[in-house]
Unconditional design. Structure first.
Length: 119
């Protein structure tokens, strides 16, 4: 399947992390999603019900990040993928989860988990 919807830079505040302060104070996360689905019908009909409502997906990701309390961002990325794959139309999903300010001494980079899952 070659059709997909790509949503980028979904910023969310959440409480996933190994350190106790990450679970209490929280931090920002950034999520990029690629959702593979058939967009032919929506392209012809011009009707929202023939595609995915991006607002719902964005809200779902933000809520999941906000309410989850995982130790590992790998688990959070997997939970986001599982949520996306629960949608009827979605056949494959790629989740790119970024932790832009990991509390690691002398490290100013970002941590990125990139996973792809099939239904």
């Amino acid at each position: 399947m070659t059709d997909y919807i790509h949503l980028t830079d979904i910023r969310c505040y959440g409480y996933t992390g190994v350190l106790p302060e990450e679970q209490v104070l929280g931090q920002w996360f950034e999520v990029d999603l690629t959702l593979w689905l058939d967009l032919e019908k929506a392209g012809q009909s011009d009707r929202l019900e023939d595609t995915l409502d991006y607002r719902d997906i964005i809200s779902s990701v933000q809520q999941l990040v906000k309410t989850s309390r995982f130790a590992l961002i790998e688990r959070l990325a997997t939970a986001i993928a599982e949520s996306a794959l629960s949608l009827d139309r979605v056949r494959q999903v790629q989740v790119k989860l970024t932790k832009p300010a990991a509390p690691i001494p002398d490290f100013g980079g970002k941590i990125v988990i990139d996973i792809t899952r099939l239904k």
